[in-house]
Design a protein around this ligand. Sequence first.
Ligand code: ZN
Length: 347
Amino acid sequence: MKESLPLLPTSVIGSHAIPSWFYTALEAIEAGKYGKTDKRELYDDAVSIAIRDMERAGLDVISDGEMRRWHFVQSFYEKMEGIEPEEPLRRVGLYAYDSVPRYRLRERVTVPRGLGVVEEFKHLKTQTDKPVKATCPGPLTVTIHLRDSSVREFYRDRLELFWEFAEVVNQELKDLVKAGADYIQLDEPSFAIIPGELKEYLDLYNRCVEGVDARIAFHICFGNLGSRPRGKREYGPMISYLLDAKCDEYVLEFANREMHELEICRELSRERDIGVGVIDIKSFYRETPSDVADRIRAALEYIPPEKLWIVPDCGFFQLPRWITVQKLRNMVAGTRIVREELTGSPD
Ligand SMILES: [Zn+2]
């Protein structure tokens, strides 16, 4: 699919901004005011808006905005069986990592009908002619709200649970390919968040993508709930492990770290492409096209142009829609400036 794209292809990480009316509708659902058809229309409309915003911004590869997911991973727990909700640790004040729902296990967890990513993808394909990217969280990230103490009641340790979910993710990705996906991104921000053995985490990642016949992107970031990071914001200690990842592209955040560590891209781009985050999705500051062009030129110091993809740092679900749209447009405009410098044409 890359062959059909311009130099410096532009894309997103996955999630789009959530419009105000969508929050109101979710409150109505919570209050029992929506029927099945109302809900379907709501989610389909939200996906349509996300797609149109991305198309109008001029992105080369789009997503469905992950509009059917809630706070990146929370809706996946509805797909799991054998768990029950627990009270959040904190219910008052700002919504952050200690406010999220938690689940305890009643038995070993199963995901009998898959994670639902395939259904999201199939709908997306009916709504756009643009190249699309399907996104799926990895086993560390998708299980992050399962309480450790209850995991240990039914599993030897958390790693055993992760390995079972690696199979679930692997099946989901293979089903995505069957449904026509040729570009899939695995999201594993928890690489930087859950303490543990990076070598084993990498083995888990590689199991997820084993036998998946598509272009594979590997997104690692440092967390974005409430626009806050959760992990130590450094890729440096992970590099030797990342080099063993079976992927065609790394997708990494740089903009909110003022492009810190760009030099790691020299080694990472020897055999893979790199999606470099040039838009800070945690800031209300709207990068100008000129800011974006400067960041791309900085990345080009370390990455050959034919291996560089232009993306935001992470998903947009924690920013308002009006800012998101402007950021996307300016990302594309900045990319066109550098593309013209390199090729003589902005397209
Ligand atoms: Zn991210």
